[in-house]
Design a protein around this ligand. Structure first.
Ligand code: HEM
Length: 173
């Protein structure tokens, strides 16, 4: 947040920008810097004046059908749920290098039992990550993305754009 606040202050001095735009662009930039796809993000999001009600984000304890239902309510398919969950390849959850955006999330999930790699982590993933492997429909996508990183990048890119455009009130810049 400190880095983003600094960036926002500098951009605001030239042209005011919303937090929603800053966060959407920062996410895309982080993915690219870590070796992932280049994602074009449209600008012009209005910041909300109030906080979202509790319970809008999926709990990490949900099982696959709960995760699917939660994403479906927001207009996201099972494929998009699996593609977006691949973002957990970043960070310290044991899916390969913490700073590499690649398809190791899917490869590690398919290992039985999964073994942490590339970090200090002894714990691999969240309960919600493991829940995906238990679901046949999710498992089919996990296998495809483990086999084909380009397909993961393409599907992730489209799902990310849909995510950061979802529920947006746009203003013309
Ligand atoms: C499928 C539903 C999801 C659940 C239940 C979930 C839950 C969580 C939780 C609880 C954490 C904190 C882990 C920790 O440090 O203890 C986390 C981290 C993270 N999530 Fe998600 N998330 C979901 C989907 C997403 C999506 C759609 C994205 C982005 C497109 C995303 C990106 C990240 C990233 C980058 C981290 C940081 C990982 C780290 O530093 O260890 N997540 N998520």
């Amino acid at each position: 947040m400190i880095v983003l606040q600094k960036a926002k202050t500098q951009i605001d001095a030239i042209h005011p920008v919303s937090w929603a735009d800053v966060i959407a662009v920062a996410g895309a930039e982080a993915i690219e810097v870590c070796g992932g796809p280049t994602i074009q993000v449209s600008l012009g999001r209005h910041d909300s004046l109030g906080a979202d009600p509790e319970g809008k984000l999926p709990e990490e304890t949900l099982d696959a059908s709960g995760l699917k239902r939660c994403f479906q309510k927001k207009g996201f398919s099972t494929q998009e749920l699996v593609a977006l969950s691949g973002a957990h390849t970043l960070g310290s959850k044991g899916f390969g290098s913490p700073t590499s955006f690649d398809n190791s999330y899917y490869k590690v999930l398919l290992e039985k039992p999964p073994t942490p790699s590339g970090g200090m982590s002894t714990m691999i993933g969240l309960p919600s990550d493991h829940a995906l492997v238990e679901d046949d429909e999710c498992l089919r996508w996990i296998k495809k993305y483990a086999d084909d990183e380009n397909m993961f990048f393409e599907d992730f890119k489209n799902a990310y754009v849909k995510l950061v455009n979802s529920g947006v009130k746009w203003s013309s810049l």
